[in-house]
Design a protein around this ligand. Structure first.
Ligand code: GN1
Ligand code: MG
Length: 371
């Protein structure tokens, strides 16, 4: 077992059963640090857990993150029980800290633990249309089951997270500061971002003038945030709830399309390979709208494709901002990873712009199918 003393001390703070027999890092996401733990029980069985260090550079107030996660998971659990569904393995369950609560903090950081979701996996690229439809259904159901959640009980774990206009201001500040002297390398990318500032501020203004309502949203709906049953392929559990906040349904729909309906990875360097796959777009939209057609307003539903463009733009801008800042936010492996990600997202955005009328038509058809 490859584990240091620090980790042993942390593990000892949580109310795990049995004896620790295995601990291995899992590569998950750009933000948090994650381990899988295995415990041997007196019965001879083993039980697995996830231990995670919350990145407090991204999440400044881990206590508030854990409050949100706790309230949301309890709400989902109760909703499933009312529907006669067993929430075990379908809703994240936090492991209590021995001293109380669900968060352990010391000099090493802020830690929490979950039950491991059994016999399930995540995918970074979709295998089939049916799988992506299923993921759309899962995020749609997540949205639907939280429709009656008291939204004011949620903290903004990252203030202005999807406030695209605030992100534009941060981007301009980074261009002006140019701390790494990288601005001269990226003039075309900066121009692409600036050209679209008016159009891409639309969701923010529609929230501000009341055209779009605030909902409980996940805000990070990459396909790898849904656990899929190894045998049946069914979506079991939505994970990574740290950014659950008040937001627009367009964000959740849009970010899923950005990541999952692209023909290439998020950081593909060969831009000729980066396109929006309309069959994938249609499959996801079908799953998502099948769950949300009754609960979302007509305006929200009709504007879902705008969400895909805005989230792709926003991520391009965030990656480029981080490149200019010297890669302080997103984990990188190669020096130009954030630049590659930004370029890829801009290429995807351009293809989405070309397909916008087709996306709009598809969504209107699905509204008719399910409304
Ligand atoms: C981050 O943690 P992860 O990899 O699921 C980021 C998202 C970005 C995404 C891009 C808290 O998500 O907003 O869209 O990377 N999460 C946070 O891959 O900033
Ligand atoms: Mg994640």
């Amino acid at each position: 077992m490859n584990m240091n003393r620090e980790l042993q001390t942390i593990i000892a703070q949580f109310d795990f059963p049995g004896e620790l027999v295995d601990c291995e890092p899992i590569k998950a996401g750009h933000i948090n640090r994650t381990y899988r733990l295995r415990f041997a029980l007196p019965s001879g069985d083993t039980r697995d857990f996830v231990l995670q260090r919350i990145n407090t550079f991204a999440f400044k107030k881990p206590v508030e993150v854990m409050s949100n996660v706790h309230l949301v998971t309890e709400h989902l659990r109760a909703a499933m029980e009312r529907q006669g569904q067993d929430p075990a393995n379908r809703v994240l369950r936090l492991v209590p800290v021995k001293g109380g609560g669900t968060l352990y903090q010391d000099e090493s950081g802020s830690w929490r633990a979950y039950d491991f979701i059994l016999n399930a996996r995540t995918v970074d690229r979709v295998d089939s249309l049916e799988q992506f439809r299923e993921i759309g259904r899962a995020f749609g159901q997540f949205q639907r089951m939280l429709a009656d959640f008291p939204i004011d009980a949620l903290y903004d774990t990252i203030p202005y997270f999807h406030d695209t206009v605030k992100r534009m201001e941060a981007f301009e500040a980074s261009v002006a500061a140019d701390v790494k002297k990288r601005v001269h390398e990226v003039a075309p990318e900066i121009a692409s971002i600036r050209e679209r500032m008016g159009a891409m501020g639309q969701i923010v203004s529609m929230i501000a003038d009341g055209t779009l309502p605030l909902r409980v949203t996940h805000n990070d709906t990459k396909i790898n945030n849904v656990m899929l049953d190894n045998d049946t392929g069914e979506a079991l559990c939505v994970i990574d709830l740290d950014t659950v906040m008040a937001g627009s349904a367009l964000y959740d729909f849009g970010d899923a399309i950005r990541y999952g309906a692209s023909t290439a990875a998020e950081d593909e360097r060969d831009l000729t390979r980066v396109h929006l796959d309309m069959a994938l777009f249609t499959a996801y939209s079908d799953g998502f709208i099948s769950e949300t057609a009754q609960g979302l307003t007509r305006t929200e539903l009709e504007n879902l494709p705008l969400g895909a463009l805005v989230m792709t733009y926003e991520n391009a801008m965030r990656f480029l901002t981080d490149y200019l800042d010297g890669d302080v936010y997103f984990h990188i492996e190669k020096a130009d990873d954030n630049l590659a990600r930004a370029r890829c997202q801009l290429a995807l955005l351009k293809d989405m712009e070309a397909h916008k009328p087709e996306m709009d038509r598809t969504v209107l058809e699905l509204i008719d199918k399910y409304a």
